[in-house]
Design a protein around this ligand. Structure first.
Ligand code: F3S
Length: 399
């Protein structure tokens, strides 16, 4: 408790925090043994041996493998055993091994205005922007310390003034698919840096404005794809969409900070080009970054009906969504087409270099941004249907 308090208060001092704030939940990133290594595992064991325990609901981000089917997926034995030891240490610390970046899709839904200490960037931006909760992008150790203390430092996105928009983006082009939203997020993230963009969508989709419950709406894939991309190409922790997201509905233009910069986007082709829009052969296809919802799995199963993939198609999701997909028969449909649905993990944190793939097709702008650096993969980027078509034919057509 003393170490956790020291960590949280030291960070608070660095960032000029006005004090501490109780948190309703914590999400801890830095779970993959690939990122933690032996030193990280030792740190977790040391804290667990000292008796540290989370005192608020605390969850884990994806690990480096599916925690049950990892051998079948070809994860090296040594890595697998060390990863399980990491999970065991987190369990002893009282952190639930949810291993997902979309806890809000499996029942851990923060309430409007609630303070959190979440750390995975796409989860942070979704919680802040779409749900109106308040969290900075915590590091793994600072999130763990917040779980043990039950509090985090009150600075940054916990404060009203830091939630005002610093960049106003008039989006003049139509947005058709989650991939379009991802491409937009990629452009906006680069312009916004760690600022707060306020999007004014001039050409719809109109139905987005009519959604009273964003989390229950068909726009979850669009919003999570866009937020994840903004956090990957920039360091955005919060965005607003005029008339759509909760704070923008409540405050409208009052959310725009004095001196905010105004820009206009009327074309997404630059983003598609930079993310890898060109056609060509693919070695592997990845869907589910951020983790896929049940609706996304169902959509993929429908598209793949009566088709068989010829390339590895890895669909990543949470354990809870995978179990529900199994109950509803969606998993069987996907597996019949040759897809592999994995829980608890994703390509960015898995030991991908071990597999020797060179090119990945993905509908995730975040994965396309990280593919080269984190996975050693060249990315081809496009909408879900185009990626699934590539899994069947082995060739991605240019979009
Ligand atoms: Fe989630 Fe992994 Fe993508 S943590 S947002 S699936 S990089």
């Amino acid at each position: 408790m003393r170490l956790a308090a020291q960590l949280v208060t030291s960070l608070g001092r660095i960032y000029g925090a006005s004090g501490l704030v109780p948190v309703a939940s914590v999400q801890v990133a830095g779970v993959s043994y690939r990122n933690l290594g032996a030193a990280g595992l030792e740190f977790l064991r040391d804290w667990a041996n000292k008796g540290a325990r989370a005192r608020v609901p605390a969850m884990l981000n994806p690990a480096g493998m599916d925690l049950t089917a990892w051998r079948a997926h070809g994860i090296p034995e040594e890595f697998g055993r060390q990863q399980l030891e990491v999970i065991d240490a987190f369990r002893r610390l009282g952190v639930m091994p949810t291993c997902t970046c979309t806890p809000y899709l499996i029942g851990y839904v923060p309430r409007y205005g609630e303070h959190l200490a979440w750390s995975e960037s796409s989860a942070v931006v979704f919680a802040n922007s779409v749900l109106g909760a308040r969290t900075n992008r915590e590091g793994g150790p600072s999130a763990l310390a917040a779980a043990i203390l039950g509090k985090t430092a009150r600075y940054g996105l916990h404060l009203d003034e830091a939630r005002r928009a610093t960049l106003v983006v008039d989006v003049e082009c139509p947005l058709r698919s989650p991939a379009d939203f991802g491409a937009l997020g990629y452009l906006v993230g680069r312009m916004a840096g760690d600022g707060v963009p306020f999007l004014r969508l001039r050409k719809g989709p109109e139905e987005l404005r009519a959604q009273a419950d964003l989390l229950g709406s068909p726009y979850v894939p669009h919003l999570k794809a866009m937020g994840a991309a903004m956090a990957a190409s920039g360091a955005v922790g919060l965005f607003h969409i005029g008339g759509v997201t909760p704070e923008a509905r409540e405050l409208g233009d009052d959310l725009i900070a004095l001196g905010a910069v105004y820009v206009r986007i009327d074309d997404l082709s630059l983003a598609y080009r930079e993310l890898g829009m060109g056609g060509g052969a693919v070695d592997i296809v990845s869907i589910g970054c951020p983790h896929a919802s049940l609706a996304e799995l169902t959509q993929a199963a429908t598209i793949l009906e009566r088709q068989r993939v010829t390339r590895p198609l890895w669909i990543t999701t949470s354990r809870a969504v995978l179990d529900e997909a199994r109950r509803q028969g969606v998993l069987a449909l996907l597996e019949r087409s040759g897809a592999t649905v994995m829980a608890d993990t994703c390509l960015v944190v898995a030991p991908m270099r071990h597999f020797g793939f060179r090119t990945v097709a993905t509908d995730s702008a975040k994965l396309a941004t990280y593919a080269a650096g984190h996975c050693g993969l060249a990315a081809r980027y496009g909408p879900l249907e185009v990626c699934l078509e590539a899994a069947v034919s082995g060739v991605m057509r240019g979009v």
